[in-house]
Design a protein around this ligand. Structure first.
Ligand code: NAD
Length: 490
């Protein structure tokens, strides 16, 4: 890894600056050592960033562009990320803990958002509405203005890229509040915006405490829209703040997503889904496969296979895990790791059986063994609440109706999955699972092109896919009266 900068500043109105709330130490969770310091914004910094973004929006400089030109700038930002892939992946691994090869996947994934949305700039079209010969009526879409985006620590690059690319493509300006645990790699978006030729103030990136900078941003009267990815409790606070300003928000919250595995499923292939579904990014994925609900006839076999997958993973510092393979990095922090370990302990007290894992590694850093829990029942806390760690809960069912009932039996509804060779059964499950996305025979099937978002407490609004573009624009209807036409009103 290249020499580490000791201090990262915020980026407001085209300039790098210190924060009014001081600095925070960023810890490398793979070593437990301090990595760098990050400037922390206070409410006055947030205000400056919002004013800068407002000024650029009001100038009309972005909205005046032909969309294809704006799209080119957005695409250039993605290429800028790829030009810095190695340094960026190193930094991401160092601040977040994921294996280096997973960090590379994240950088490439972030770049893909800019490619995908930049490519769609000219497709945000209105329609004409027939009103007879006396009128010419059409709709068109205008950006909201200032888009406020509050980012979580699990995929700091991809989550910022997801909302920033769509917001810029549609002509908005942005203020981004990065996560306190993993703020460093987000510096790249400021450099990318400059390199792409965006005017100073179009993209502002600042870190700060959630309760201070995050709260100030989401309640700022100068923002026009909020995008939040994170926990349910914070989502409620942000939606409440947005309601006070009467601005829309998109909430991407947590999940307790379940795979239903039928007796005819290909369990050998399912081992891959376990590996990716719950151990990718050490399970710190909102759409993680945190529950498997398996037919009782295959329960014992599934438990055996899950334990084999979990124990096959070599767990240790992400920086030493450069090649894709059977390995897992640290969690993001010791606090998150301890929370997950405590949830495993509490599950045991409620009657769950630890098949494998559950313990912290006896080395510096935030490591938890890949864990499989058996004898989990739907009413247990571990089956209801998000762990956000490498902990798989295995439940069993007798018939299809019971499987669906268990899958839908939490307050969440982010994603779900069904594994079977029977098309009718798969389709019935796809109809009945209450979630924004259903995977059939492959967990995480889909991509930046497919809409993603929650039912229930997993949030509302959609990110990814064409659907996401509509979060960033409002519809204006224009009705033109034509003299000499048929102008009857009713
Ligand atoms: P969090 O809610 O604690 O923090 C997320 C962001 O919100 C951080 O930037 C934080 O500083 C900020 N924040 C905290 N309090 C705030 C407040 N009062 N006002 C404004 N901003 C505030 O969540 P986290 O611990 O960083 O992330 C983990 C959670 O995020 C999990 O529940 C996970 O499921 C969810 N998540 C969801 C998705 C998704 O796309 N659905 C993606 C990633 C993470």
């Amino acid at each position: 890894m290249a020499k580490m900068r000791p201090y990262f500043q915020n980026y407001i109105d085209g300039g790098w600056c210190d924060g009014g709330a001081g600095r925070v130490d960023v810890i490398n969770p793979g070593t437990g050592q301090k990595l760098a310091e990050q400037a922390l914004a206070d409410a006055a910094d947030v205000d400056r960033a919002v004013q800068a973004a407002r000024r650029v929006h009001a100038s009309g400089v972005l909205t005046a562009l032909r969309p294809i030109e704006r799209g080119r700038m957005v695409q250039a930002m993605g290429r800028f990320l790829l030009d810095h892939l190695d340094a960026l992946a190193d930094l991401l691994t160092a601040e977040q803990g994921k294996p280096r090869w997973e960090a590379e996947i994240e950088v490439r994934g972030a770049a893909l958002y800019f490619e995908y949305y930049g490519n769609q700039a000219s497709t945000v079209e209105g329609r004409s509405i027939p009103l007879g010969s006396g009128y010419f009526d059409f709709t068109h879409h205008e950006p909201f203005g200032v888009s406020a985006q509050i980012i979580p620590w699990n995929y700091p690059l991809e989550m910022t890229a997801r909302s920033l690319s769509a917001a810029l493509t549609t002509g908005n300006t942005c203020v981004i509040k990065t996560p306190e645990l993993t703020p460093l790699s987000n510096y790249i978006f400021a450099q990318a915006a400059e390199a792409a030729g965006l005017p100073p103030g179009a993209v502002n990136i600042l870190c700060g405490w959630g309760h201070e900078a995050g709260a100030a941003l989401s309640a700022h009267p100068g923002i026009d829209q909020v995008v939040f990815t994170g926990s349910v409790a914070t989502g409620i606070a942000i939606a409440t703040a947005a309601a006070q300003n009467v601005v829309p928000c998109v909430l991407e919250l947590g999940g307790k997503s379940a795979a239903i595995v039928h007796e005819d499923a290909d369990l050998e292939a399912f081992e891959k889904d376990i590996r990716w579904g719950i151990y990718f990014n050490a399970g710190q994925v909102c759409s993680a496969m945190s529950r498997v609900i398996v037919h009782e006839s295959r329960h014992a076999e599934l438990i055996e296979r899950a334990a084999r997958v979990a124990t096959s993973l070599s767990v240790g510092p992400g920086a030493e895990r450069r090649e894709p393979g059977a390995n897992m990095g640290s969690m993001v922090s010791e606090a998150q790791r301890d929370r997950a370990a405590a949830m495993v302990e509490a599950a045991q007290a409620q009657g769950a059986r630890v098949i494998t894992g559950g313990r912290k590694l006896n080395i510096p850093g935030a490591f938890l063994e890949p864990t499989v829990l058996g004898d989990v029942t739907p009413d247990m806390t571990i089956a209801q609440e998000e762990v956000f760690g490498p902990v798989l809960s295995v439940l069993s069912f007798r018939d299809e109706a019971e499987a669906i009932e268990i899958a839908n039996g939490t307050p969440y509804g982010l994603v779900g999955g069904v594994f079977t060779r029977d098309l009718d059964r798969a389709t019935r499950a796809a109809q009945k699972i209450r979630a924004g996305q259903v995977f059939v025979n492959e967990w995480f099937a889909g991509g930046v092109e497919t809409p993603f978002g929650g039912y229930g407490k997993s949030g509302y609004g959609r990110e990814k896919g064409r659907e996401a573009l509509w979060n960033y624009v409002q519809t204006k209807n224009v009705a033109v009266k034509i003299k000499g036409g048929h102008n009857e009103r009713f």
